[in-house]
Ligand binder design. Structure first.
Ligand code: HEM
Length: 329
């Protein structure tokens, strides 16, 4: 009885904390998934975020420049890839015309048995600098239980109080609406540590540059498109020729942000093209595909790579595991 009273009090305190800009309750993986469910609804069997997506398969083709940079098995030899392209957010019926980031998740099965996952976004930064801020942002965007509708003023006030959340919003406001998953660039957002060929640890970040170029849709083209076209477009494109990206490692320098995924690095940082990603097969319409039951883990890294102390990177895999457990129920 006493416990129930205490937990009711705690619940009230959490609800209060979520409504006050500048104050967010402590984020746990469960709380983050609950907050995603509160914003987007619970959808049986589907991911709590990036609910809408399509499975694909392809090859990871490392370059000689990658092998020169580091001895990691990620650069050793060509390897098969399981991929999933998606739209951010937990709404499985979101329109492909939405101004929401696109996602790309990859699992690379490396020779020797190791695996390396990428879980990327089409923005170079994330929405918040740490899990508490992200939780506060999600709670500020959730529908008000009294009205059943989100209160834009609450989200605006939260963002004003947390300027780090405005960086991502700025990119999303300007990003072209993707004509194809294959004409979309993707970024790793976080910093990782790479042990280079000389045995030195250096900070690196990932970007994937589409070889077909970055192509967005004009206002007029958007009007003519249906709400679902991205998966079909990719299927048709790949039936003719693989869709490909140049995979770049950006080499950080002293003073570059390591642990904050809302901060980009200066444009002039050296890059090395370490691989080419070629997507050669897309799951048929109505078919789930190999990626569907998988949980891509942002910290599943080949030897030679280590995660930074970025707190968003630190909590992601645990939150994805909560989502996986719920979608398997
Ligand atoms: C604390 C921050 C974050 C939380 C709580 C979160 C939460 C989630 C959850 C619950 C899923 C579904 C996982 C599953 O059921 O397998 C998901 C998927 C995804 N997230 Fe995040 N995420 C966060 C940050 C990020 C960041 C920083 C990126 C990219 C840079 C990202 C990109 C993606 C992508 C691409 C997917 C789809 C993966 C797939 O296709 O299986 N997320 N996220």
């Amino acid at each position: 009885m006493r416990y129930r009273f205490a937990s009711a009090l705690l619940g009230a305190a959490f609800a209060w904390a979520a409504t006050v800009p500048g104050f967010a309750a402590e984020a746990t993986p469960e709380a983050l998934v609950d907050a995603l469910n509160a914003v987007f609804g619970k959808h049986k069997g589907l991911r709590a975020s990036h609910a809408k997506g399509v499975c694909a398969e392809g090859r990871w083709i490392p370059t000689a420049a990658g092998r020169e940079l580091a001895k990691s098995p990620l650069f050793a030899a060509e390897a098969p890839v399981i991929a999933r392209f998606s739209l951010a957010g937990g709404n499985p019926r979101v329109s492909d015309k939405s101004r929401t980031p696109r996602g790309l998740a990859l699992r690379i099965a490396l020779p020797g048995g190791e695996e390396h996952d990428f879980v990327l976004l089409s923005t170079p930064v994330f929405q918040a600098k740490d899990p508490d801020t992200f939780l506060g942002l999600l709670r500020a965007r959730a529908p008000d239980p009294a009205t059943g509708k989100p209160d834009p003023e609450k989200a605006r006030a939260f963002m004003e109080a947390h300027p780090d959340t405005k960086v991502f919003a700025g990119y999303v406001a300007k990003m072209p609406i993707t004509a194809s998953y294959a004409t979309t660039p993707y970024w790793g957002v976080h910093t990782f540590w790479l042990t280079d060929a000389r045995g030195e640890k250096r900070p690196v970040r990932w970007s994937f540059e589409p070889e077909a170029g970055v192509v967005g849709l004009s206002e007029k083209e958007l009007e003519q498109k249906p709400d679902d076209f991205l998966a079909g477009e990719l299927r048709e494109r790949v039936a003719k020729a693989p869709a490909s990206w140049l995979v770049k490692l950006h080499l950080g320098q002293a003073g570059d942000s390591i642990d904050d995924p809302t901060k980009t690095w200066p444009e002039d940082r050296p890059t090395v093209t370490v691989a080419r990603l070629a997507i050669a097969k897309v799951a048929a319409e109505g078919e789930k595909g190999a990626c569907d039951p998988l949980m891509f883990a942002p910290d599943k890294l080949a030897s030679g790579f280590e995660p930074s102390n970025d707190p968003i990177l630190g909590i992601r895999t645990a939150a994805y595991a909560v989502s996986l457990a719920r979608r398997m129920e």
